[in-house]
Design a protein around this ligand. Structure first.
Ligand SMILES: [Zn+2]
Ligand SMILES: [Zn+2]
Length: 268
């Protein structure tokens, strides 16, 4: 009921530009960059050939990372609308693509919790919203397993190892987790936050923790062999509609063919 109320409050306009049709208008769709094979099998980053791991891989103990889209253009704006402007239906739209990108075996889904201060300011937790959008689509139970143990300092100015050590120990498990956990967040950047969550879950008894995000931020894409996207306009796998990228679609499209059906969709 609450969902229907919010649907009424938020006129469903394009989550990318805010004016075209929901969820992404044609002009925005062609700017979306889906992350598709060939890729790094561990972290899903696009590569020139299939790789077992790559320099973009998030830190241990994260086992794998998956995301449907690169964090830029309309997807970046959509995540910002979800996060800062309270466009809650965006979680549902991105959740469909996340469910498609999730080829991970798991027993449960959880999410990276917001700090209490941020949750109070924003009123809701976007990672929780995404987790609750994805869970039913892939037939996994969504459980709160983590809490913030300490407030970390500002993340933006920290990089790499520094950021990682700053995050370590900043989460604690709320309960004994199941063996294999998928951790949901909005964007994966360095993976420092997700790795800190994985540490807490592994300490509490999980054997495998992977991370699933709506988007993946990859800086410095001018890498050598195995790298991808030499320039922003080269080698793009643009999203142009259902079927153009098997296994990836966005809600609101008329589906054709079993390859564009969501995996393990349950009857409601
Ligand atoms: Zn648009
Ligand atoms: Zn990788």
């Amino acid at each position: 009921m609450l969902g229907a109320l919010f649907d009424g409050l938020f006129p469903k306009r394009c989550a990318g530009c805010g004016s075209g049709p929901w969820p992404f208008c044609a002009a925005c769709r062609v700017q979306i960059v889906p992350l598709v094979p060939p890729r790094c099998q561990r972290c899903g980053a696009p590569a020139r050939r299939e790789l077992r791991s790559c320099r973009h891989c998030p830190p241990e103990p994260l086992r794998a990372a998956r995301a449907p889209f690169l964090f830029e253009g309309p997807v970046r704006r959509a995540v910002h609308r979800l996060k800062f402007a309270g466009w809650r239906p965006v979680a549902e739209a991105l959740g469909v693509a996340m469910a498609q990108a999730c080829d991970l075996d798991a027993d449960a889904i959880t999410w990276v919790p917001l700090s209490r201060g941020r949750k109070a300011t924003r009123g809701f937790d976007q990672a929780s919203a995404l987790a609750h959008a994805v869970g039913p689509k892939i037939g996994l139970v969504v459980v709160p397993l983590l809490r913030r143990a300490a407030e970390a300092g500002p993340q933006a100015r920290r990089r790499g190892e520094e950021r990682r050590s700053a995050m370590s120990g900043s989460f604690a498990a709320l309960a004994v987790p199941p063996s294999r956990v998928v951790l949901v967040d909005d964007v994966l950047t360095t993976g420092a936050t997700a790795a800190a969550c994985a540490e807490a879950l592994v300490r509490a008894g999980a054997s495998e923790v992977s991370v699933l995000t709506a988007a993946r931020a990859i800086s410095d894409r001018e890498s050598g062999p195995g790298g991808f996207l030499r320039s922003p306009t080269q080698d793009r796998h643009l999203y142009s509609g259902p079927g153009s990228r098997p296994g990836l679609w966005l809600t609101g499209e008329r589906l054709s063919g079993s390859r564009s059906q969501p995996r393990a969709k349950r009857p409601t």
